[in-house]
Design a binder for this molecule. Structure first.
Ligand code: GLN
Ligand code: ZN
Length: 759
């Protein structure tokens, strides 16, 4: 019996071959045939890798040229009208993903919206549904990939986004209906597909329904029951694995276990406690797929513990062994990491190693532990070294964490008093202007950094280069008439990596890429140990910039929650503890910036909202420690030091009290794309401190006009008090070109002056 399985594998390739092929194709430098050939090669390589690592059945249709939700939409014929005139299938697919090409002077159709896949950093494209939406089977991608695997001699299990999750992830483009209402129309298409898969010889089909681990109502559970009963009746020959992941099923567990499916997958990494309930409630014939290997993180599995769990389950129920979720969220292969500290490296497992772990647990389960005693002992020894390593246990850091007191979380005096002290120290006009931190990371900046990293540019020459850029940025901001300046962040590659590289407890990979969306990948740092600041991280650049001007220059920091959220986080202590360790390091940096003369410090927290748990009941606990982490970083500042924070891509309504609890003197937010609508939350809440609502969209190369910016400011004035308002762009300017930034900021300053004069 085959019991080692996988729910999905990364798509990009060990050397991001797919990314390169996609970008060449989009740039018109490679043909569609070349792209498809690369895609086929990736699928083959990844199947064979998984087979060699010990899987009996490999997943198929987990591959995608861009996104699996988009694939599903295209497969069932959900293509909005604005793309209908694009005849080439591949062009249409990429137009839905990235926007269509302009034609005859007309702008091309805008792409589907993109949003986060549950609480991961992967982004999917949001299907758009009309009330009279029809569906048809437009492609047979799952069947094609199944046959492709079979031609290579492999047994594959097609992976499909389940119909209920698919509908719930989509968006009704008209009022008066909910996507779930479309289920009766959609089901026949899935049934047709199941029929084709059965005819092609697929024994198993995996339906992903991760929506089941979120707060769903009875309507959703009823829909799931309807779907899988229909499938059981219409395609009795196909065995269905219903996959749930990213959390526990909670109250839905008993109903899910009673579905007429062959197997249910449970995430036992995120929801280990659900196993006992599952073993008690599962009907005798049901196979449980045990998600024992963490698909969301990079740590080696505790094989003895996982095996004990598997053995306990196998006594009661037939089982399969699997990662907790698709390995889409893991880097591919640890073997490509030659520069990691070997002490840390032996604690890690990437996708390939995770598949090997799954296979090992499964084999030990079937053949008995003794046959794999060596491997288990090796694993236990590595884990023991991790547990006791001085790298994971810095007594000074740990004892400092226990000394954090309530008063370390609060500024000395309340905001109104601080404001008086701050304006006295740093007088500012009404509607003060500022930017969010970064200035264009132009080709020459990136080249200089690469040359420095490659050892082709000396530290002295690189520093001189950065000083020149910083000095230019200061001069230029003075000329434009901005009130609170920034140094430009030219020395930073990335807002998390820059800090991680200077903190103890962080490791960086050479190839640890994970897909964020489309061809875009990120390489998150790995937080493996206790976090300690070796010394000041930003004071030199801030002080240098400040030495060039009489205007205040902001010290720029990344906040603890964002550093946590955009890293792989150690799993051997609560996330809160890791976050607070980072917070203490940032706190020390704030104190040093202040000591070196900074009157304004900004602590960016764009990822605060991203950390929200999938279930509402868990929000309060998260928000409490996350807000406190920010306060722990910031509250060391003296009253006359102005603390800013910044957040982007964020809905504020349901967390506005937490935003207010940060107690930043000034918060800058992204608002221009919503035409200041996001400010509503602040005004309804009577948000007391200062706010810089972004007055133009930095994601677009378009330069705003002065009346546009003034109109947005007038809108802000409609809901906020005049002395609350700052004037700034939506976010940092690093992705823009100077040719766009210069006129945009000149316009912004002119608009601020105009509004000032009228007030
Ligand atoms: N200070 C950062 C910058 O300007 C903030 C970036 C962000 O919010 N994502 O680039
Ligand atoms: Zn931002």
């Amino acid at each position: 019996m085959s019991i080692a399985t996988n729910l999905g594998f990364p798509r990009m390739g060990r050397h991001r071959e797919l990314k390169k092929a996609l970008e060449q194709y989009w740039a018109g430098k490679a043909t569609a045939a070349h792209l498809q050939e690369t895609a086929r090669e990736m699928r083959r390589a990844h199947w064979q890798l998984q087979r060699a690592a010990g899987l009996d059945v490999v997943p198929c249709n987990d591959f995608s040229l861009y996104d699996h939700v988009l694939d599903t939409a295209v497969m069932v014929g959900v293509v909005p009208d604005r793309f209908a005139s694009i005849t080439d299938e591949l062009d249409r697919y990429f137009a839905m993903a990235r926007g269509g090409k302009a034609r005859d002077g007309q702008p091309g159709p805008t792409a589907l919206e993109m949003t986060k896949w549950f609480d991961t950093n992967y982004h999917y494209l949001v299907p758009e549904f009309r009330h009279d939406q029809t569906f048809h089977l437009a492609t047979t991608k799952p069947v094609d990939e199944f046959l492709e695997a079979r031609a290579l001699g492999l047994v594959a299990r097609p992976v499909l986004v389940g119909p209920v999750t698919f509908l719930l992830l989509g968006k009704a483009k008209e009022a008066g209906f909910a996507p779930l209402d479309l289920l009766p129309a959609l089901l026949p298409v899935y049934e047709e597909l199941l029929g084709k898969l059965a005819a092609a010889g697929a024994g198993w089909v995996q339906f992903d329904e991760p929506c089941l681990v979120t707060d769903v109502g009875d309507d959703v559970l009823a829909a799931v029951e309807q779907v899988y009963s229909r499938f059981a009746a219409k395609a009795p020959a196909v065995k269905i694995l219903l996959a749930t992941y990213f959390g526990s099923l909670g109250a839905a567990l008993p109903r899910v276990l009673k579905l007429p499916v062959a197997a249910v997958h449970l995430d036992l990494v995120r929801g280990p406690e659900q196993l006992d309930a599952a073993l008690a409630a599962a009907p005798p014939g049901l196979t449980l797929s045990l998600g024992l290997v963490d698909g969301r993180n990079v740590w080696k599995t505790d094989l003895a513990a996982a095996l004990a769990t598997a053995e306990r389950a196998a006594k009661v129920q037939r089982v399969m062994v699997a990662p907790s979720c698709s390995l889409l969220h893991s880097p591919i292969d640890l073997a490509d990491e030659t520069a990691l500290d070997p002490a840390v490296r032996e604690w890690l497992a990437f996708a390939k190693q995770k598949v090997e772990e799954v296979a090992l647990i499964a084999r030990a389960l079937v053949n008995g532990r003794h046959r794999l005693a060596d491997k288990l002992a090796e694993n236990a020894a590595a884990l023991e070294r991790r547990r006791t390593s001085p790298l994971t246990n810095n007594p000074a850091v740990r004892s400092r964490l226990t000394t954090v007191t309530e008063d370390m979380l609060a500024r000395r005096r309340p905001y109104p008093d601080r404001r008086v002290a701050q304006r006295k120290r740093t007088p500012l006009p009404a509607f003060p202007t500022t930017t969010i931190g970064s200035f264009p990371q132009t080709e020459d900046v990136r080249k200089a950094r690469a040359a420095f990293k490659a050892g082709k540019l000396t530290q002295t020459d690189y520093d001189a280069f950065l000083r020149e850029h910083t000095a230019q940025a200061i001069r230029w901001q003075e000329e434009v008439g901005i009130d609170v300046l920034v140094h430009g962040e030219f020395e930073r590659n990335d807002m998390v990596e820059y800090f991680g590289e200077q903190l103890e407890g962080f490791a960086f990979t050479q190839n640890g890429w994970v897909q964020s969306y489309g061809s875009r990948c990120v390489k998150p740092p790995i937080i493996y140990g206790d976090v300690r600041r070796r010394g000041p991280m930003t004071t030199t650049w801030t002080a240098y910039a400040q030495s060039l001007t009489n205007k205040p220059v902001k010290g720029m920091l990344t906040g603890p929650v964002t550093i946590l959220q955009w890293s792989f986080v150690r799993d051997d202590q609560p996330r809160r503890d890791t976050c607070w360790q980072i917070a203490l390091a940032i706190r020390d940096e704030v104190a040093d910036l202040e000591a070196s003369g900074a009157a304004v410090v900004q602590i960016d927290e764009p990822a605060l909202r991203e950390g929200l748990p999938l279930r509402k009941a868990d929000w309060v606990a998260y928000l409490r420690w996350a807000v406190d982490a920010f306060r722990l970083s910031a509250a060391v500042a003296r009253d006359e030091t102005q603390v800013h924070t910044h957040m982007c891509y964020c809905e504020f309504n349901d967390i506005i009290d937490s935003i207010a609890a940060l107690d930043a003197d000034v918060i800058s937010i992204e608002t221009s794309r919503s035409q200041m609508e996001l400010l509503g939350a602040f005004s309804r809440f009577r948000y007391p401190n200062e706010i810089g609502p972004g007055v133009y969209d930095i994601h677009s190369p378009r330069v705003p006009t002065q009346p546009e910016v003034e109109r947005l400011l007038e809108k802000a004035l409609g809901v906020l008090a005049p002395d609350q308002i700052w004037v700034n762009p939506d976010c940092g300017l690093k992705t823009r070109r100077w040719e766009e930034v210069r006129p945009a900021l000149v316009t912004m300053v002119a608009a601020a002056k105009a509004v000032r004069d009228r007030a």
